[in-house]
Design a binder for this molecule. Structure first.
Ligand code: UDP
Ligand code: MG
Length: 312
């Protein structure tokens, strides 16, 4: 029997500065892996020269490189989903195009999969990102584990390996908003996490501003758990109970002490607090409903303009 094929899936969004360096480092690693491989790039609606660079790479490594060109920007996770549908390998790896995940780590992930792990997660050791990102990730990782019931030490690191079996399950999931590491973890039978190196983004800039990061984390929380909704219901019950007792207390005071007007501002502050909680809860319910709405319309999750490199 010949060696199993290894696929590497890489989403690309405006990465023209990083791509030449990526090819220079990734392709030798793949050539030296000593087994058949393919690299599946997804051009996620880049508006720079990324597509031209990808097609150029495809020509330099005939039969090794597949380029999926999206019709617009559908986001990193949808790009990876499209890559999974196209990949043919027995082992499927994902990584970022910006070289924050060193391609030199690929053999270690492949080795871990050889040992029989169906999902190889990674933890970025010595993570090189702005302080606020690292701090936020710490909180997100904790909260996510709590809420989703999963056990992952680093949700954000996209350099991961999945077996064909896992990818088959993921390909059956037609959701429009998702979070791939969490999804894979749901299906994993024998997952493992290994520490890998992480570098600063040297070319271009992060595609995730604060707004997109918050949206992504909402996908993670709402996509894998109903606990946020339940928490809000509980909170509503507690507040209702407390305010019932408070009303009784105020009524008694009214009868015993007589009319009072002091404390109006405290009351306003409390009011605003509860208005905030109410707004937040309505918004939270809306996050779920919006996603239900997205799913029921069943529009295509992404639109592929063309697939290059599958013309054997
Ligand atoms: N990416 C993408 N579509 C998007 C945003 C990002 O395909 O809408 C790709 C991007 O090109 C990169 C990877 O996803 O290969 C991770 O993005 P980035 O490095 O900006 O994220 P960060 O490392 O800051 O979390
Ligand atoms: Mg990055």
């Amino acid at each position: 029997m010949s060696d199993p094929l290894v696929s590497v899936v890489i989403p690309v969004y405006n990465e023209q500065e990083s791509l030449p360096l990526l090819f220079d480092r990734l392709m030798p690693v793949m050539e030296n892996l000593g087994r058949p491989y393919e690299v599946v790039f997804i051009n996620d609606g880049s508006r720079d020269r990324s597509l031209a660079l990808l097609l150029d790479c495809k020509d330099r490594f005939p039969g090794r490189v597949v380029v999926i060109d999206f019709n617009g920007n559908f986001g990193q996770h949808m790009a990876i989903m499209a890559g999974f549908a196209e990949a043919r390998g027995e082992m499927i790896l994902t990584m970022d195009a910006d070289l924050q995940n060193p391609p030199e780590e690929i053999p270690r992930i492949v080795a871990a999969m050889e040992e029989g792990h169906d999902v190889v997660g990674t933890v970025r050791s010595g993570r090189q990102d702005p302080f606020f990102r690292k701090f936020a990730s710490r909180i997100v990782n904790r909260v996510s584990n709590r809420i989703t019931g999963l056990k992952l030490n680093d949700y954000g690191c996209m350099m991961r390996g999945y077996s064909r079996r896992i990818i088959t399950f993921i390909n059956q999931c037609k959701e429009t908003t998702t979070f791939i590491p969490a999804l894979a973890q749901k299906f994993a039978m024998n997952p493992v996490e290994i520490p890998i190196a992480h570098s600063e983004r040297e070319q271009g800039e992060s595609k995730y501003g604060l707004y997109r990061l918050i949206r992504l984390n909402f996908d993670l929380m709402t996509g894998f758990s109903l606990i946020p909704l339940q928490a809000v219901t509980m909170l509503g019950m507690i507040v209702s109970a407390l305010s019932f007792f408070f009303s009784v207390f105020l009524l008694l005071r009214r009868l015993i002490v007589g009319p009072e007007v002091e404390g109006v501002f405290t009351l306003m502050a409390l009011n605003f607090l509860f208005m905030g909680i109410t707004l937040f809860s309505v918004g939270l319910v809306g996050e779920y409903i919006g996603r239900i709405y997205q799913e029921v319309r069943e529009r295509p999750r992404f639109v592929i303009r063309e697939v290059w490199g599958r013309d054997e």
